[in-house]
Structures are given as C-alpha cells and as structure tokens.
Design a protein around this ligand. Sequence first.
Ligand code: SIN
Ligand code: FE2
Length: 185
Amino acid sequence: MAGALLTELAAVEAAAPLRNMVTPGGFTMSVALTNCGALGWTSDRRGYRYTGIDPLTGQAWPPMPQALARLAREAAQAAGFDGFAPDACLVNHYLPGARLSLHQDKDERSYDFPIVSVSLGMSATFLFGGLARAGRPLRVPLHHGDVVAWGGVDRLRYHGVLPLADAPHPVLGSRRINLTFRRAG
Ligand code: SIN
Ligand code: FE2
C-alpha cells in the first residue's frame, strides 16, 4: 500500500513542488510542504489559510488521488467518524531535525469532521496535548504506515512533532512524510 501511495505522491509533488513556507511571525518552517485536493493549506506573512490556487505555481492544487481519499474515509470510519469526504490533503516532509511546534488545526471552516494523519518513512514522536497549550502532551511514537484520526471532542487538541532523529528508513531513507486529510471548506 505504501508503494502505491508514494507513486501518487511523486505525481503530486511534480505538479506542486515542496516548499518551506514562512509563518505570519516571519519564521521559515523546517517542514517542507505541498497539498493536493480542491483546497490546500498555506502560510505567509499575512496568515494561515486554505486556497484553491497554489501560490507557487499559480495553478489549482493537483487533485486528490482517489486511493488517498478512500484511505482517509475508511480510516475515519474505523475511528467512528462517518461520512468523511476530505477536500484537502496536506503533505508534510520532515528531514532530520525538522519539527512542528504545538498548534491546533483551526483554519478549517467547520470542526465537525476529523483530521486523519498517515505517516510514512522515518519514525517520529507525535505530541498529543489538551485543549489548552499548557500541560504535558502525550508522546505517541508514529512509524511508517501508522494512521491516526482525531475528531469530535478531541478535534481541537494541541498537537505537534518533536525534532526528528536521523534513523533512516529502509525505503524512504532520512525522510518522514506525513499526510493530513481535512474537510477544509
Ligand atoms: C500536522 O499537524 O499538520 C502534521 C502532524 C504530523 O506530521 O504528524
Ligand atoms: Fe496539525
């Protein structure tokens, strides 16, 4: 399954290249990202938002491959969230040392649908916190092929990723890829 996903991702990344975006605070993200689907998540000095057009290419984001949308729907269903039809898939690439600080996913129009996360390549420590930034988040190891869904009363939990250690993966080498599927619009 991972092999088919990687082939789909290569096509997405050819049409919408990975890039390191700047946050509203002026920092360049250590994670490189792109998107597929009708909407894509972007950041720049003006803020975070979803757009239908990739600001780098001026074109629509590449469509979400059917196999990916189906995987996300089935994973959501298995976690108890029916009827998940994602319109955005954020593709994050982590190299050793890359991290994602604690944040809430709240740029989506509604919080009625879950977030579904698929991890590939190097392992990472996922931080799963509470509804406030304070407090000690749970540390969840995520390995190649792991799928996580959070929604409902947990939808706005703070989460993040600790700086990645360099423990190369047999297929992907010194890289981690994470896909997050959302209903953004
Ligand atoms: C995210 O919160 O957008 C990504 C989480 C991850 O990389 O596991
Ligand atoms: Fe997130």
